[in-house]
Design a protein around this ligand. Sequence first.
Ligand code: ITT
Length: 199
Amino acid sequence: MKIILATTNKGKTAEIRSLLSGCGVEIISLADLSAVQLPEETGETFPDNAIAKARFVSERFGAGALADDSGLEVDALGGRPGVRSARYAGEGAGDEANYTKLLADMEGVPKGARAARFRCAIALVMPGGATMTFEGALDGEIAFSPSGANGFGYDPVFFIPEKGRTAAELTPDEKNAISHRGRALVRLKAWFALRHKLT
Ligand code: ITT
C-alpha cells in the first residue's frame, strides 16, 4: 500500500519511513509530488488539523495520506498555546520568541502549578475517506528559565521530572523513546503491522 505523507519536512519523512519499514507500506513524500499548498491549520484541536491536512492530500492524489499536528498545552494558561504553538509570539515567530513569551506569561506561577504536556495527533485517511487518528502525549512542567541545546520549539523550557532534565537536554534517541510524536507513531505502527498480518 502506498501512503503519501502530508509534509515536506525531510526529517519527519525519514523518521516515519524507517519506523514503518516491514509493515507493507510505501511512504511517499509530498516533496516528491507536484507542489501543493497544504490547508491552513485553523482547527481547534490537534486531530482536527491533522485530519484536514491528510484529507486534503488524500483527495488531491486519490491515495492514502498521513499527516500530523502537535504542540504544547499548559494547564496554568488554560491549555494555551495549544494548536497555536508554532505562532504563539506572532505569525512567523521563531522558537526563542515563542518560549520567551511563554516564560513571561508564566511569571508568578509557582512550582507545582506549572504542569504542561506536548501532544501529537497523527491522522491516516484511506482512499475513499476512512479516517483514523493516533495520539501521544508527554507530561512535564514549564521550567523557570531555558536550558539545553538539543531539540527544537519549546524543548529548552519543558522540564521532564522522570528524566530530571529539560527536553533540550535529552539526546535525540532519549527524546524519541518517550516523546508525544514517538508514542503516536508506535500506535500507528501497531495498526499497520496488524493490518499487514491480516491481509
Ligand atoms: P509542519 O510543517 O510539519 O507543520 P511544524 O513546525 O508546524 O511543522 P508541528 O505542527 O508538529 O510542527 O509543531 C507545532 C509547534 O509545536 C512547533 O513549532 C513547536 O513550537 C511545538 N512543538 C511540537 N513538538 C515539539 C517538540 O517535540 N519539542 C518542542 N516543541 C514542539
